[in-house]
Design a protein around this ligand. Structure first.
Ligand code: ADE
Length: 204
């Protein structure tokens, strides 16, 4: 389902991100748990980790580089951590954050890595959790049924996704932007303004 050229997409808005951040922060707080360190998986978990650090008042924020999805809806083989954490996490309570658990592999690897760095307790959080994921985060804002799978176009990936998908639906270089816009909607359920399609099609 994630291997299709024209994934059904869902645009995610900033108000949703705010709401999901509030929801997760509330779940963490009501578990009477507060992380001393937040580790955000890059790139998808970078913004979410910052949002949660702000809400939970966590000053120590670290990034862990994970790679699984090459470009939009295209897995790059199996998940891997491509850079290790520079810091030790001895005796720390650590929250590992990503935007979504889809296969669950990246988060699982990250949690294991953080434990190997000496953490006392590791919990994890994602905004969205797809029910087919082999790994369930400790906290998530919304569960997505596996047959409701979508490629979620997060605000921090908007232009990258649009460039990739516009490039795929464009049958030829001369295809007018208006037609590309129509194809994006028909094939990918992606309803975006014409000016955005034009921008996405322009060379970088
Ligand atoms: N990263 C992994 N799975 C994803 C999905 N379904 N949507 C957006 N980003 C993802």
């Amino acid at each position: 389902m994630a291997h299709v050229d024209f994934p059904p997409c869902r645009l995610v808005s900033w108000p949703e991100i705010d709401r999901w951040s509030d929801l997760i922060a509330e779940k963490v707080r009501s578990a009477s748990w507060n992380p001393q360190v937040i580790v955000g998986l890059t790139r998808g978990g970078w913004v979410p980790s910052r949002m949660l650090a702000d809400r939970l008042g966590t000053k120590h924020l670290a990034a862990l580089r994970a790679q699984h999805w090459g470009v939009t809806a295209t897995p790059s083989g199996s998940a891997e951590l491509t850079e290790e954490l520079a810091t030790r996490l001895d005796q720390k309570r650590v929250l590992v954050v990503d935007d979504i658990t889809d296969t669950g592999q990246s988060l699982q690897l990250a949690v294991r890595h953080v434990a190997d760095r000496g953490a006392l307790e590791v919990r994890s959080a994602t905004y969205l959790h797809i029910s087919h994921s082999t790994y369930m985060p400790t906290y998530f804002a919304e569960e997505v049924a596996r047959d409701a799978w979508r490629w979620f176009v997060f605000p921090w990936n908007y232009w990258e996704d649009l460039r990739t998908l516009a490039g795929k639906v464009r049958a030829s270089d001369g295809m007018p932007a208006k037609e590309v816009q129509r194809e994006l909607k028909a094939r990918c359920l992606l309803d975006v303004p014409l000016s955005h399609v034009e921008r996405a099609l322009a060379p970088l």
